[in-house]
Design a protein around this ligand. Structure first.
Ligand code: ITT
Ligand code: NA
Length: 195
């Protein structure tokens, strides 16, 4: 079956394709849908935004549509940047500026207060109106300086609990095995296989 993945983030697309590999699904993204006009992500939760994106995809293409909304929630900042993660420093998708601002805001707080979680909401909207949202979470902490070049976004400053490397120092497969997106999309894959 053909699905639309309602994203313009190629790094995310790469991860999703990797995680959904093995399923009998043909995935196109928004670059294959010229008529698509991006919806403002006005939701207050990851689930709301994932549903906004997935519903818009169905509206424009009639295809069953999957969308991911995700971000990082930092304990010392009361859960921020959360749904604002992609544009925390002002410009959408400026990963370097976003992570540098976040590190500056967290400052020198001690290790035991540097906890953070990556959060993902994966939405599936079917043309007949059925909707599913699945959450995934990945707990860890913020390091003090960026390390590594794999992944994207805040990966260079995030370390899993009990792990000595940042996400950006792990291989793609190692990240998928523990990541918020890996967890949510493996569960979604099981759901897709059953419908
Ligand atoms: P689409 O809306 O087109 O899917 P986007 O990049 O705008 O792409 P989001 O609104 O969901 O996606 O924002 C996600 C942001 O959260 C992303 O830009 C990163 O800053 C951060 N993020 C999400 N998942 C991440 C991951 O696995 N590793 C590091 N940072 C991540
Ligand atoms: Na978002």
């Amino acid at each position: 079956m053909k699905y639309l993945l309602a994203t313009r983030n190629k790094k995310k697309l790469e991860e999703l394709r990797r995680i959904l590999v093995g399923l009998d699904v043909d995935i196109v993204d928004l670059d294959d849908v010229p008529s698509y006009v991006e919806v403002p992500e006005t939701g207050l939760t990851f689930a709301d935004n994932a549903l906004l994106k997935a519903r818009e995809g169905v509206k424009h293409t009639g295809l069953p549509t999957i969308a991911d909304d995700s971000g990082i929630a930092v304990d010392a900042l009361n859960g921020m940047p959360g749904v604002f993660s992609a544009r925390w420093a002002g410009k959408h998708g400026d990963d370097r500026a976003n992570l540098e601002l976040l590190l500056a805001q967290v400052g020198d707080v001690p290790d035991e207060h540097r906890g953070a979680a990556f959060v993902c909401a994966a939405a599936l909207v079917m043309p007949d109106g059925r909707e599913t949202v699945i959450h995934g979470e990945h707990r860890g902490r913020l390091v003090r300086a960026p390390r590594g070049t794999n992944g994207f976004g805040y990966d260079p400053i995030f370390q899993s609990d009990g792990e000595g490397r940042t996400n950006a120092e792990m291989t793609p497969a190692e990240k998928d095995a523990v990541s918020h997106r890996g967890k949510a999309f493996r569960e979604l894959a099981a759901h897709l296989a059953a419908i």
